[in-house]
Design a protein around this ligand. Structure first.
Ligand code: ADP
Ligand code: ZN
Length: 530
């Protein structure tokens, strides 16, 4: 095999050529590899598709011993091992899907130095038997993939990752390389602290994905909207449609299939066989649309995904960035499209209120959601906002919806006051829960049965909002929640409450700017580019 046949002191470049068949290193791959080959630790922040794998695969082949790769992506280990074996690298994995015989064979191969790389699920490192096994072989390096999973502040925390501090304590002389595609400054610091990477060199790649066109629009009928996106801009293209629930995955996939689109569902409720089959069809066939929960996509390497659509609001900017980052890995134009509405905001606030965990945990979830809402409601360039979240300064991109069709922001103080004063008036009524729908009905002066039963036609705000439509009022509610002027009560009924900032608006000491929705999403201009 080529890897086994490499001369003792192969250089990184020789390994790149002879094993992987690539011409040259990309971005800061060469510097990262030099650091690890030299025995130093590295913390690598590189966007999805940036080429993280080679950063540990090449050093693992250059250095003596077996490279240990810790990865949470159990479902992908077989694929990763197959891909390495196909180029002659001796690779194997240990995880819970194997039977004892399979595990014993891998362990024996590790001990006798017959492996170049060994993939491990993080929970295996809790086992003393795994630690003892590792003591019995020669280790070239530890690679910690998806390293943001160690950060409790991050969006994808996995308790098993905390165990990885053992690597440093038990094998202090072995270089470690931690890699992630999602890291804000705060997550970055937490990874560093938890993994004891104080002496690690930090490598932060450019997070911009200029070929991705970011678009966020108001949600009215999401399935129709995504159908229109596919039919008008992405007919026959491969894409991913993310939904929050398994149920909406099923419904959306069926809706698209009924309209002649090659869509497949993917969520954790499907049996393993169906998931595997749908995933491999998506990877191997052209033009499949995968309708999925966020359970789908981590570690998926399909270069020609032309669009990623979100039918529900992601819970964090990090998640959004990671999911949209699966589009356009080949560098050709791609679309990241998101529909979001009032219901999303209400639902997510409610989920946070009802979530398990302490106040600090809820504060974290709220901060993640607020950052996501700020991205949705911005009147500035989406990319500037997105990259800014990752600590990267940039200028207006010309390839996002707000650049292509600049939204106007209007003085929304008066509509905000009308709405907030209605909220205040309803609050005086005990034992009654009124959600956004009823509020809007009051402003529009609708004589519904509920209105009559509660005597709300007598409210001084009844009918004072006829200058805006139902949809516009719901947009105002959504934006006031997003701006923290209104809060959703944790009562489970979606009752709206005034915040302190909202009270300042009502008393006239604080103005409100509102984004006026573009009448229609721009047609893709990126088609003519590249
Ligand atoms: P990440 O893990 O950062 O998402 P991967 O390691 O899967 O990215 O790499 C993404 C794609 O880019 C893969 O198909 C990989 O083979 C390719 N790639 C990475 N580095 C290079 C390189 N130096 N030259 C050519 N192709 C590369
Ligand atoms: Zn822009």
């Amino acid at each position: 095999s080529p890897a086994a046949a490499l001369p003792g002191a192969a250089t990184p470049l020789a390994v790149l050529h002879d094993v992987f068949g690539y011409e040259s290193f990309r971005g800061n791959q060469a510097a990262i590899i030099d650091q690890v080959v030299g025995g130093g630790d590295a913390l690598v922040l590189m966007p999805t598709g940036g080429g993280k794998s080679l950063c540990y695969q090449v050093p693992a082949l250059v250095r003596d011993g077996v490279g240990i790769v810790v990865s949470p992506l159990i479902a992908l280990m077989q694929d990763q091992v197959d891909a390495l074996e196909a180029v002659g690298v001796r690779a194997a994995f240990l995880n819970s899907t194997q039977d004892p015989d399979q595990r014993r064979a891998v362990e024996a191969a590790f001990r006798s130095g017959e492996l170049d790389m060994l993939y491990l699920a993080p929970e295996r490192l809790k086992l003393e038997s795994t630690k003892q096994l590792l003591d019995q072989g020669t280790i070239s390096l530890f690679a910690i993939d998806e390293a943001h999973c160690v950060a409790q502040w991050g969006h994808d925390f996995r308790p098993d990752y905390l165990e990885l501090s053992v690597l440093h304590e038990r094998w202090p002389s072995i270089p470690r390389i931690a890699l992630t595609a999602t890291a804000t400054e705060v997550t970055h610091r937490e990874i560093s602290a938890r993994l004891g990477l104080d002496d690690a060199a930090h490598f932060v790649a450019d997070f911009d994905r200029p070929n991705i066109q970011y678009r966020i629009e108001a949600k009215d009928s999401p399935m129709q909207q995504v159908l229109r996106l596919i039919q008008t801009e992405h007919a026959g293209d491969a894409g991913i449609v993310y939904c929050l629930s398994r149920n909406s995955v099923e419904k959306t996939a069926q809706f698209l299939v009924d309209r002649g689109i090659a869509a497949l569902p993917y969520h954790a409720g499907l049996d393993a066989g169906t998931r595997q089959r749908n995933q491999s069809r998506f990877l191997r066939e052209d033009g499949i649309v995968m309708v999925a929960t966020v359970a789908f996509g981590m570690g998926i390497d399909k270069p020609d995904v032309r669009f990623v659509a979100h039918l529900d609001l992601p819970k964090s900017v990090e998640g959004y960035y990671q999911e949209t980052g699966r589009a356009g890995r080949d560098g050709l134009p791609a679309t990241a499209w998101l529909a979001y509405g009032l219901q999303d905001v209400m639902q997510q606030r409610r989920m946070i209120d009802q979530s398990e965990g302490d106040a600090a945990h809820r504060r974290k979830l709220t901060a993640h959601l607020d950052a996501m809402l700020a991205l949705c409601e911005t009147v500035e360039c989406r990319r500037v906002q997105l990259l800014g979240y990752f600590g990267q300064a940039s200028t207006a991109c010309g390839n996002c919806d707000t650049c292509l069709t600049p939204p106007t922001s209007v003085d929304g103080t008066v509509p905000a006051q009308k709405l907030l004063s209605t909220v205040v008036r309803l609050k005086r009524e005990r034992n009654q829960q009124f959600g956004a729908g009823h509020l809007v009905d009051i402003l529009l002066g609708k004589s519904t049965p509920r209105m009559q039963q509660n005597g709300h036609e007598a409210l001084s705000t009844f009918g004072i909002g006829k200058d805006l439509s139902d949809v516009e009022w719901r947009g105002v509610v959504r934006q006031l929640i997003a701006q923290g002027l209104l809060a959703v009560s944790p009562d489970g009924f979606g009752t709206l409450m005034l915040t302190d900032d909202g009270a300042a608006v009502l008393s006239g000491t604080r103005p409100v700017r509102l984004r006026r929705e573009a009448p229609r999403a721009p047609r893709s201009s990126s088609r003519s580019r590249g």
